[in-house]
Design a protein around this ligand. Structure first.
Ligand code: V47
Ligand code: SF4
Length: 380
């Protein structure tokens, strides 16, 4: 047996016996394992944790403003304060979106946006309070750790106090955005001024300490190396060992259109998407779920990813703007029927979940509501 084959056999044994992989194991796999082997190993873990199920949810995205004080090099969504493309939604527009989501059977509203130069923290708090008051059944997954760090900067109040206050007002969970790549070698080039790795991790730790759940992301396929990706995942794994508050890890493929970073960098290939997905499943042994976010991976790769470690495909997602600004050619929404069909086609059993991974059992299928007055969007 060659040294490479022996090392791979050793890692295979570790995976099969549930032994945690090290940074060096991950690096070895990243450099040496072929896609079939990676898929086989990740699928073993995926099926051990989640059987044959692929989760989806019925959700909508709400981005109340795109005006942002930061200038992340990868961002195609932000606008300057005085830019004609900048927007701030009115209270009524925001409530109208929540009304629309609720009427269409959504269980979750995913709310994130820019860090506006002038809007006070109370504006963000009021969004949560007013939506929750009118639609208490809608789970509000809102504000990334970068936004929480911003709230601390503008209020001079500790994030834990703000998190507790917003929880009281109706906040349901935290989304995983803003993580990008934690390692300072890369982070300083992507987004030098916003919350750093320690601040991002602290906000999630505090939220977990308050009894909340959250997600984590990683933006890959730009200037980072395999070492940076592994470092990122291991920092998350370490916090998860302490709190257990993360639900899902979501690798986000870099989209290069309309942003400074994308000038000389192509979109990551489908094979890279699958490799990152598989390594995430293998390294993050304490994360219950890995999500293949179809909006950014494309429907086709998200389907294949169900055999490369992923057990979640996200939701019906209406009004997605962050990826579409950056060149995503995925459809803006999928109906429940389409989502279920593509999961079944991938050989998995579709299960609708709420944000906290409770199964949603509906009297009338959500697709009936979705079909009303809506055009079915063909799969790409
Ligand atoms: O933090 C921005 C990323 C994130 C680009 O928690 C880009 O369930 C690629 O976090 N190319 C926001 N990525 C989206 C996000 C998310 C998405 C789906 C589900 C969940 C969840 C969270 O989008 C940002 C940033 O990392 N992003 N621009 C771009 N050009
Ligand atoms: Fe602002 Fe977020 Fe875009 Fe960075 S990624 S510029 S923080 S909107």
């Amino acid at each position: 047996m060659t040294t490479t084959a022996a090392r791979l056999a050793d890692i295979r044994d570790k995976v099969h016996s549930g032994t945690r992989l090290t940074f060096d194991d991950g690096l070895f796999l990243d450099r040496n394992a072929d896609p079939f082997t990676l898929g086989e190993l990740a699928n073993f873990v995926r099926e051990k944790k989640n059987g044959n199920v692929t989760y989806y949810n019925v959700n909508q995205h709400l981005n109340p403003t795109n005006v942002c004080v930061y200038r992340c090099a990868f961002c195609s969504f932000r606008a300057d304060l005085k830019s004609p493309s900048g927007f701030v939604m009115t209270d009524e527009q925001i409530l109208q979106r929540a009304r629309e989501a609720s009427a269409q059977g959504a269980t979750e509203l995913h709310i994130v946006g820019g860090l506006h130069h002038l809007l006070p923290y109370e504006w963000y708090l009021n969004i949560i309070r007013s939506i929750h008051r009118e639609f208490p059944d809608l789970h509000l997954k809102a504000w990334t750790a970068v936004e929480w760090d911003w709230f601390e900067r503008i209020t001079k109040r500790p994030t834990k106090e703000l998190l507790a206050e917003m929880k009281e007002a109706g906040l349901g969970s935290l989304p995983g955005g803003g993580a990008e790549i934690f390692h300072p070698e890369v982070r300083s080039k992507l987004c030098d001024y916003k919350a750093d790795a320690d601040q991002w991790l602290r906000v999630h730790r505090e939220w977990h300490e308050l009894g909340g759940k959250s997600n984590a992301t990683m933006l890959y396929g730009h200037i980072e190396t395999a070492e940076h990706r592994l470092d990122h995942m291991l920092r998350l794994r370490e916090l998860q060992d302490v709190t257990g508050g993360f639900q899902t890890f979501i690798p986000l493929a870099f989209h290069p259109t309309n942003n400074p970073l994308g000038k000389d960098i192509p979109k990551p290939s489908g094979l890279m998407d699958l490799k990152v997905m598989a390594l995430a499943r293998l390294m993050l042994d304490n994360f219950p779920h890995i999500k293949a976010y179809w909006q950014m991976l494309t429907v086709k790769v998200a389907q294949v990813a169900q055999s490369y470690g992923a057990d979640d495909i996200d939701g019906t997602v209406v009004h997605e703007t962050i990826y579409h600004a950056a060149g995503s050619d995925s459809p803006q929404e999928l109906t429940v029927r389409e989502l279920r069909r593509l999961i079944e086609e991938a050989g998995r059993v579709p299960v609708e979940r709420d944000t906290l991974y409770n199964e949603v059992v509906r009297q009338a299928p959500a697709e009936k509501k979705w079909a009303t007055g809506r055009k079915l969007v063909p799969l790409n």
